[in-house]
Ligand binder design. Structure first.
Ligand SMILES: Nc1ncnc2c1ncn2[C@@H]1O[C@H](COP(=O)(O)OP(=O)(O)OP(=O)(O)O)[C@@H](O)[C@H]1O
Length: 774
């Protein structure tokens, strides 16, 4: 019997039937092999063509006119990209096929007809093969259709309830150039459809289950051959405005987000060549997911960055405690940073300016200087570093006022002109004088974001400028978190610090290039000059690294529930003209103030239209694991529905408890459990612990090989393993206000097996089940 209960061969005996099924399978595989051979032949022709174009272009370099060179560059680029793609996608790039009924309407919203069909027509009218890349035969007939093309949509959208024109959907598995299997879904068993006069064969149990059961490695795979309908609707949703996607753990949010990036590029390559940014919560999730897009044939235009690596040249490498994180992430920091930047200007500012001009000593005292500073800043929001020229000008004005304080005001036009000329000469003279220049450097220094952040190391100073934005206790926590920074702000940073630095960058602006001081012959003699030479000016230019792209055409945010208001602001600054895809699950949020984050998101999206989708099926966890996680979900986010698990394995999670309070006893138990699980699954095994037990857990996995990993609770975000040990669940739940939601994340990482390992604090019952999970 086939997957859909239809006989494939006469049921004379079980052995005969098995042989007949196998014969049918081989026949179908052979058919697909023929098609794949044709496709490869065609690909080889294309490859040869691309190589020829490259060679031809190389020859043109001899011609040497600028036009020929530009043409050559363009050809080389196109051919090189083409070759690259062809070479990359030779592996497993043909994966699907649909057999379609006759269409009675050409298309709907660009997607081939889903409208009623002729119920009497049982013939397959058209067979389409689907792959990672479109391939046309020599007559421009489609040999393979790109999975992102509208014609491929029915492969993903058809269901037995709404089959559209699809009679049979087939997933083809191949290794290199060899077809090794086919898996079919018959969508209209009622029709007994035929192809070339023969009844349509149906092989296997469908591809989805086969792919879900496979062992996991440390990199995510694409799901291009088994995207489900509700996922496809997100992937192909219109690009405009913001597409907001929620769904529980394992519903494919990350996978869908990445496939959407590939889809958008396919659909409008010119627009999205402007860059797609994917923001991921952790570097671990970045390295887990970054292979997916190249496997889909898309590289270059998509930048996947962790939220702590969004600012070029800075890599977050430390973690904040939950208490500190909630202060640093809060929108209150905007106000605090504004004051901090102002205060940093004044931190080491001299309180008197003294210059000699027009034969007398001119002074500006602290009061005058304060007034000038206020005037420079004014009420506008100009970045402080950009105000330096204005500071210079207003200081000169104040000095001039001092210089002419005893002179009568000119009364006639001639007198005013004369005064003006004197003023210009005065400005020119004073502004080249070393005391003035030194004063300006100290009074209005060019500030860097790191330097300003470091000024908050001092709790007293922080408290002084905080003025009701943060409490004294919060000021103390902030200061403590930056204690290790030096004056210039050098030292390790956290992901939350990166958002603060980005905000400071906005408040400060790029410092202006320092004015090259006039060469003084005497200085030259004594060697005490501050002249910049051509050599060091050009060295400075050479040092300048290419700046990151700061505007994107589309921004995809993964695990959006974890972003703080300050992080939303940082991402928003890179997306002023962008369209958005935002995926997340509020029930997994480690940020304690969802309303504040929502307000920041609303501000960033402004009036952009929003389109909402919900994903409902859990493809990762078997039902047995999902059931345990649901208990924590009920506590963490009461009323939130659990996504329904698509499969069950019959293997219930294991509960184990260690009564001995000694850490070594717990460690030994955790290690033993990891060893056991490594023996039971083929792929990866992870132990997840509270953040402050990470170092301990790293010891537990020593020597277990690279299939085993140890993770702090916040690091587990978005990742998945064949098996996981969740150790010290009460410790995880107690880590922060959002602890229960973090525990929910930890419990939903396994694709096959889960062990919950309790210590004495978990108050496990006689079956080892901790109090939290009863
Ligand atoms: N249509 C599908 N076919 C095959 N596998 C799928 C499909 N959809 C999702 N998966 C698999 O399910 C797992 C979970 O997907 P993914 O990590 O994208 O979920 P998620 O919603 O982002 O989860 P979380 O919220 O826990 O981070 C992955 O292994 C993914 O490959």
């Amino acid at each position: 019997m086939g997957a859909h209960g239809r006989p494939h061969a006469a049921d004379t005996s079980t052995a005969d039937s098995a042989a007949a099924t196998e014969g049918l399978r081989q026949r179908e595989i052979a058919g697909e092999q023929r098609h794949l051979d044709t496709v490869y032949q065609r690909l080889e022709e294309k490859l040869a063509e691309a190589e020829y174009v490259l060679e031809d272009a190389a020859k043109r370099v001899q011609v040497g006119t600028p036009g020929a060179l530009a043409e050559r560059d363009a050809q080389v680029y196109r051919a090189g990209a083409h070759l690259n793609r062809l070479n990359n996608e030779f592996e497993d790039f043909l994966f699907g096929r649909i057999d379609l009924q006759q269409a009675d309407a050409p298309e709907e919203h660009g997607i081939p007809s889903f409208t009623p069909l002729d119920p009497t027509d049982q013939n397959v009218a058209q067979t389409l093969h689907i792959g990672r890349l479109g391939v046309l035969d020599a007559e421009f007939g489609p040999l393979v259709i790109d999975w992102r093309a509208p014609a491929a949509a029915p492969f993903y959208r058809a269901t037995p309830l709404e089959p559209g024109r699809v009679l049979r959907r087939r997933v083809i598995r191949s290794k290199g150039r060899k077809v090794i299997g086919v898996e079919d879904d018959l969508l209209r068993p009622d029709l007994a459809p035929t192809l070339d006069g023969q009844e349509l064969a149906v092989i296997g149990d469908g591809a989805l289950m086969a792919s879900l059961g496979r062992a996991r490695s440390h990199t995510m795979r694409d799901i291009v051959s088994s995207i489900q309908k509700e996922q496809d609707e997100v992937i192909r949703a219109p690009a405009a405005g913001a597409t907001l996607v929620t769904g529980g753990p394992g519903t494919g949010k990350t996978a869908v987000a990445l496939h959407r990036a590939a889809f958008l590029l396919y659909q409008d390559r010119r627009r999205y060549a402007g860059g797609i940014l994917v923001v991921s919560p952790t570097p671990l999730l970045v390295s887990y997911t970054e292979g997916v897009l190249p496997a889909l044939g898309e590289e270059g235009q998509v930048a996947i960055r962790a939220v702590g690596s969004l600012v070029d040249g800075i890599e977050a490498e430390r973690y904040d405690t939950p208490e500190t994180a909630r202060i640093k992430g809060s929108a209150r920091m905007v106000q605090l940073l504004r004051r901090t930047a102002r205060a940093a200007l004044e931190l080491r500012a001299p309180t008197e300016l003294k210059v000699v001009a027009r034969g007398e000593v001119l002074r500006l005292d602290a009061g005058r200087l304060r007034a000038v500073r206020g005037h420079v800043v004014g009420s506008g929001g100009t970045p402080l570093n950009l105000l330096r020229p204005r500071a210079r000008r207003l200081l000169l004005d104040a000095l001039w006022a001092e210089a002419i304080r005893d002179l009568p005001k000119p009364t006639d036009h001639y007198g005013r002109e004369q005064r003006q000329e004197e003023k210009e000469a005065f400005d020119e003279y004073v502004s080249d004088e070393a005391p003035f220049l030194d004063f300006l450097d100290a009074w209005w220094p060019a500030l860097t974001p790191r330097q300003v952040l470091a000024s908050l190391r001092n709790a007293k100073h922080t408290n002084r400028i905080a003025r009701r934005t943060v409490t004294p206790e919060e000021a103390r926590r902030l200061a403590a978190s930056w204690r290790h920074l030096d004056d210039r702000g050098a030292g390790g940073l956290t992901a939350h610090d990166v958002a603060l630095l980005d905000e400071l960058q906005l408040l400060l602006g790029e410092p202006a290039r320092p004015k090259v001081r006039e060469v003084d012959a005497v200085d030259l003699l004594t060697g005490l000059d501050e002249v910049t030479t051509y050599a060091d000016r050009s060295a400075r230019t050479r040092e300048r690294v290419p700046v990151e792209r700061t505007e994107y055409a589309h921004v995809i945010v993964d695990e959006a529930q974890d972003l703080t208001p300050m992080q939303w602001r940082m991402i928003g600054r890179r997306a002023r003209m962008a369209t958005w895809t935002i995926v997340g699950d509020p029930a997994q949020s480690s940020w304690p103030f969802p309303q504040e984050a929502q307000a920041a998101l609303d501000e960033v999206l402004g009036s952009k239209p929003r389109r909402r989708h919900t994903l409902t099926v859990n493809y990762r966890n078997p039902a047995e694991i999902a059931e345990v996680a649901a208990k924590v979900l009920a506590l963490a986010a009461p009323g939130t529905p659990s996504p329904s698990a698509v499969r069950s394995t019959g293997i219930v999670p294991r509960f184990a408890a260690v009564a001995d309070p000694a850490p070594a006893a717990f460690g030994a138990a955790a290690r033993a459990e990891l060893v056991r699980l490594l023996g039971e699954v083929d792929g990866t095994v992870a132990v997840v612990v509270p953040m402050d037990r990470r170092a301990e857990a790293a010891g537990w996995i020593e020597g277990l090989g690279d299939r085993a990993v140890a993770l702090g609770s916040l690091e587990a975000k978005g990742l998945e393993y064949d098996a996981t040990v969740v150790a010290d669940p009460t410790g995880i739940a107690g880590e922060s206000e959002a602890g229960l939601r973090v525990l929910y994340v930890a419990l939903t990482r396994a694709t096959q097996r889960l062990t919950v390992l309790s210590g004495p604090d978990d108050l496990a019952d006689s079956a080892g089940v901790p109090a939290l999970l009863r």
